[in-house]
Design a protein around this ligand. Structure first.
Ligand SMILES: NC(=O)c1ccc[n+]([C@@H]2O[C@H](COP(=O)([O-])OP(=O)(O)OC[C@H]3O[C@@H](n4cnc5c(N)ncnc54)[C@H](O)[C@@H]3O)[C@@H](O)[C@H]2O)c1
Ligand SMILES: [Zn+2]
Length: 672
């Protein structure tokens, strides 16, 4: 038997994996800015799945293994999908595919044909047609509720607005919106020219372009679509198999992925292997292949889980690795003073691009892998995020290689560094550190913060070099220094004017952009939004106390402490006072009540539902800003009760808590 202690440790490990995956989901789906490679993410997910299978006592319906990872962005109209838009289960090698084949054959009788398609690396949209006319386009969101992006979708020329059909049909199809490689390159060149951040990869670029509130932006981006699935269709279409549906959809005017059909899994495997190299020739990126049971009757028989259909699997290509020798380890200082080590090496080609530098994450990562200058290492750039050093070839280590000593002083200002217990990060504590100041300023003007056009990293550099700014508030004094600005050779009169205009306009931003832009440790964009919605103004925020802060949605004690710490520092207050005096006193344009219907409410879901599963209802509540809780107490605001709800419903009645049916729940959603 496992000892109590082992059990505790396993519980903690499961919890920690869940938290890490949630954070990565947020970076990937909400910010469109992943921090780890897809294969690192997949490996974390695999470990969590294995642990949950081994220790079912820790099972939870809220685990990232059981949920679609996305969220709905603020500002968009929400659409509840007619049928949940699920994710896919993964296969990483031939063995996984054979296992999939076995699972399928165990459930269905008769021969099974598989259709294999490109797994386009973009984002899902559901297109709904009524009487052959396009009525809505929606993103996947959390699978149950997505973002309405109809106007953006309409800007994609390969999406038919009216279907070519003899009789009118009702139809919902699912497709992948993506950005072709060439369009992506051009877009990034233009972004850089305009002093904006480049997109990490075509997927992020596509997601970031489609999820725009202003459809003019989407229209200007080179987006395209491949349709790959019928979600629902009216009787008169009488579809019986996937392969057959392709022909019909094509005839209606859709741009379809090209499918191939096989009758045995070994042929599927052969095709997968062949595509590992051939995919590089394609004009768009694919991150794998999707293998689907062809026959719709067999699909119905196989069914779905809360996260993915059992009749399909995604084969993911192996991560691409390159080998190189580390010539130097450099340390960069970030805006919160965090020292990030980077490995420099002879340029190598990974996943189609040439790189000469990769992240080593932090001090502990180098120590754990014992990475040294002179080592031959593997570099990975799967999913095209920041390349990372993944492992060392110890047998090729030169004798002279010395263990790496992490700096004890800041490489820029030479202040002794600090490391807070329990944190991986080593920091420079000097508030005046030039590296920090520069990063703070670049963060402040960046797209996700104050979004000041025309002021990018190189402009900040120039302003600092010319002693025109020293701190954030100084940006708002630049209008008085116009002559000096124009005198700088690198800035033309026109660009100075645009820059000053953009700075002035940023005074109209929503409060969250300012809170996020001020770079308070642990307070990211999402937390800044919660704060802005909760407090509405800077003045109110400055008066916040610990209890209020920790009760804000998604806030933990650590975040509340960090924020209080910053708010009480005299430097920070001085900065705020100066900003206010300069007219930067932003207000929140959205207070909490206008948000989701369940905002701030604790809701218990109980009993058997007809249309949704309980988990789906819970995810919807959470997507709408509420908290789904397991037990009824005085703190419960509402109970959604299905059939045979039992003791929870009784308790809610006795406490006088509002109880609603599944149908009433749906009604509420429509008002959202
Ligand atoms: N790097 C990170 O931090 C990070 C974080 C979260 C997710 N991810 C990546 O995203 C994956 C999970 O994302 P997901 O839930 O969207 O699953 P997925 O991308 O593995 O597969 C599902 C998606 O594939 C797409 N798709 C493309 N072509 C298709 C076709 N022909 N048929 C069916 N579907 C097709 C659909 O949009 C569908 O939603 C992870 O495995 C990981 O690779 C990475
Ligand atoms: Zn420093």
């Amino acid at each position: 038997m496992k000892s109590m202690k082992d059990h505790l440790a396993i519980g903690q490990e499961i919890e920690s994996l869940r938290q890490r995956l949630e954070q990565h989901n947020y970076n990937y789906y909400v910010l469109d800015k992943p921090e780890i490679t897809d294969s690192e993410y997949d490996a974390l997910m695999k470990s969590l799945k294995a642990l949950e299978a081994q220790y079912p006592e820790y099972d939870s319906p809220l685990s990232p293994t059981k949920r679609v990872g996305g969220e709905v962005l603020e500002g968009f109209t929400k659409i509840t999908h007619e049928m949940p838009l699920l994710s896919l289960d993964n296969a990483f090698n031939a063995e996984d595919l054979r296992e999939f084949d076995k699972r399928v054959k165990k459930e269905v009788s008769g021969d099974v044909s598989y259709v294999v398609e490109f797994k386009i690396d973009g984002l899902t949209v559901a297109l709904k047609y009524v009487e052959s006319n396009l009525v809505t386009g929606a993103t996947r969101g959390n699978g149950v509720v997505g973002e309405e992006v109809t106007n953006n979708v309409k800007t994609i020329k390969s999406i038919p607005l009216k279907l070519k059909t003899e009789e009118a049909v009702d139809l919902v199809v699912r497709g992948e919106v993506f950005m072709p490689k060439q369009g992506f390159q051009k877009l990034n060149e233009a972004q850089i020219l305009m002093g904006k951040e480049a997109f990490a990869n075509p997927r992020n670029a596509a997601a970031g372009s489609l999820r725009q509130l202003d459809s003019k932006i989407a229209a200007a981006r080179p987006l395209d679509i491949f349709v790959f699935e019928v979600i629902s269709s009216s009787q008169n279409l009488s579809l019986t198999s996937h392969f057959e549906s392709f022909e019909k959809l094509k005839a209606m005017g859709f741009k379809m992925v090209t499918p191939v059909k096989y009758d045995d899994i070994e042929s599927v495997i052969q095709y997968c292997n062949q595509m590992i190299d051939e995919r590089h020739q394609l004009p768009f990126e694919i991150d794998g292949l999707v293998i689907k049971v062809d026959d719709f009757e067999q699909r119905r028989h196989l069914g779905v889980t809360s996260k993915s259909p059992k009749w399909a699997i995604a084969y993911k290509f192996p991560a691409e690795l390159a080998e190189t020798v580390i010539s130097e380890i450099r340390v960069q200082v970030g805006r919160t003073g965090v020292l990030t080590p980077l490995a420099e090496f002879n340029p190598v080609k990974v996943a189609g691009s040439i790189i000469s530098r990769a992240t080593l994450h932090n001090k502990a990562y180098i120590a754990e892998k014992d990475i040294r200058v002179g080592d031959t290492v593997y570099i990975q750039k799967a999913g095209d995020v920041i390349p990372a050093v993944v492992s060392v070839k110890l047998d090729q280590r030169p004798e002279s290689a010395q263990a790496y000593e992490f700096p004890t002083k800041c490489p820029i200002c030479e202040t002794a560094v600090i490391q807070i217990e329990g944190e991986a990060a080593v920091r420079c504590p000097n508030e005046e550190c030039p590296a920090k100041i520069k990063r703070k300023l670049t963060h402040f003007v960046s797209r996700s913060a104050m979004n000041i056009d025309g002021v990018g990293e190189s402009v900040i550099d120039t302003l600092l070099e010319n002693d025109l700014i020293e701190s954030i508030p100084d940006l708002y004094c630049l209008s008085e220094k116009k002559e000096a600005l124009i005198a700088i050779e690198r800035l033309g009169e026109k660009s100075v004017e645009n820059m000053l205009k953009a700075i002035e306009e940023s005074k109209q931003n929503d409060l969250y952009r300012l809170i996020h832009g001020l770079g308070i440790p642990l307070i990211g964009e999402k937390a800044a939004k919660s704060l802005a919605q909760h407090f509405g103004s800077l003045t109110k925020l400055l008066e916040a106390d610990f209890e209020t802060l920790r009760n804000i949605n998604d806030f933990g004690d650590k975040m509340a402490y960090s924020l209080l710490n910053t708010l009480s520092s005299s430097d920070f207050r001085l900065q705020i006072d100066r900003l206010k005096a300069l007219g930067v006193d932003l207000k929140s344009q959205q207070t909490i009540d206008q948000e989701g219907v369940f905002s701030g409410k604790t809701v218990v879901v109980t009993g058997t539902m007809q249309k949704y599963t309980r988990d789906e209802i819970k995810s919807i509540i959470e997507a709408q800003g509420g908290k789904a809780s397991g037990s009824v107490s005085k703190k419960t605001d509402m109970v959604v009760a299905g059939e045979n709800a039992g003791s929870k419903e009784e308790k809610a009645k006795s406490l006088g808590i509002r109880i609603i049916s599944e149908a009433e729940f749906e009604e509420l959603l429509k008002k959202a």
